[in-house]
Design a protein around this ligand. Structure first.
Ligand code: HEC
Length: 312
């Protein structure tokens, strides 16, 4: 796992400076050569027996790669640490989970694994490559390009233009998070102190598109959190220096995709942490200048795998 320190140098040897990794020409050949034999559509072997894709993971199509296998996500756009395709190839050669499995094929070279990692960091974009589709799910396969750009965007249509315009008129900056994805980040770059629960309510028409929301230094109250609780794709939420309390945070338990939550300089206490414990995807929570006690913070940090709680 610690082979990660040289990538910049190595990448500059393999990639023209500034160029994004191209899935079709750079990543797909690696998967095709080293992985797809075992991770493709069910097929008959020479004895006529049906061979299922190993680990129920197919790596021969964009939508299939993003669908993942029996253990869940294989590629998490932007996050190689959570992408099992990358983690598995980094394991030591004799590890029981290494891919390709021990004695079943050559390990990827350092350059190859770096390319795969860089492609994930850049958003796991397949460009115009689609590859195979899951025949049993041809209805959902149509959505493959958006889904491929970001697994979170699955099921999200583009935000209605009129609604976006209305939100921008309220002084918000709305930007896309990943190219070709309907998901957006909303923030108030200036004039945050004039933002109230009313402005947050105005986000409802684009609520299904918001994946990052910065409400730091605004005048919102717990009521705004009841509104936000209905934004199912929210992953990143900054409430730093607002008047939210434990009662408001209790609304957030519906946000099962939430990964980052900043509660720095708010009035929350240990009670808030109880409401957050069901959010298993939380990875980073900021609790500096709150009423949360060290003991409760430590217990909370241990209650969710890989969660980092920052108290200062
Ligand atoms: C010789 C066959 C074979 C090859 C080649 C192979 N795998 Fe696998 N793979 C397996 C088997 C068997 C499993 C299921 C057992 C396990 O989870 O370790 C698996 C499981 C996985 C999983 C976990 C899937 C899940 O959700 O359970 C990932 C990720 C994976 N492989 C990635 C890769 C990648 C990336 C490559 C190419 C670098 C690759 N594999 C090449 C046989 C193979």
């Amino acid at each position: 796992m610690k082979r990660l320190l040289l990538p910049i140098l190595v990448l500059s040897a393999t990639l023209p400076a500034g160029a994004a990794v191209n899935f079709r020409t750079q990543v797909w050949p690696i998967l095709a050569k080293s992985c797809v034999d075992c991770h493709r559509a069910p097929h008959k072997d020479s004895a006529g027996k049906i061979v299922e894709p190993k680990g129920r993971l197919r790596l021969d199509g964009a939508s299939l790669i993003m669908k993942g296998g029996s253990e869940g996500d294989a590629v998490v756009s932007g996050d190689p640490d959570k992408s099992s395709v990358y983690q598995r190839i980094l394991l030591p050669p004799d590890h029981e989970d290494v891919m390709p499995p021990k004695d079943k094929g050559k390990l990827l070279t350092f350059d190859e694994s770096e390319l795969l990692k860089q492609w994930i960091i850049e958003g796991a974009n397949f460009g115009d490559w689609k590859g195979a589709e899951d025949a049993s799910a041809s209805a959902t396969a149509k959505k493959a390009p958006t889904k491929a750009a970001d697994p979170m965007s699955s099921g999200a249509g583009p935000a209605p233009a009129a609604a976006l315009e209305a939100v921008r008129k309220l002084g918000a900056r709305v930007s896309t998070v990943v190219t070709d994805s309907p998901l957006v980040r909303v923030e108030w770059v200036s004039g945050a102190s004039a933002v109230t629960d009313k402005e947050v309510a105005a986000l409802i028409p684009i609520g299904g598109n918001i994946t990052e929301l910065d409400l730091s230094d605004t005048k919102i109250t717990d009521e705004a959190l009841a509104t936000i609780a209905k934004f199912p794709r929210l992953v990143w939420l900054n409430l730093n220096n607002t008047a939210v309390t434990d009662a408001g945070v209790a609304h957030l338990k519906s946000l099962t995709n939430l990964s980052y939550l900043n509660l720095h300089s708010t009035n929350v206490s240990d009670t808030a942490l109880t409401s957050l414990t069901p959010l298993r995807k939380l990875r980073q929570v900021y609790l500096w200048k709150t009423r949360v006690t060290d003991g409760a913070a430590t217990k909370f940090a241990k209650s969710i795998p890989d969660l980092r709680v920052t108290m200062e």
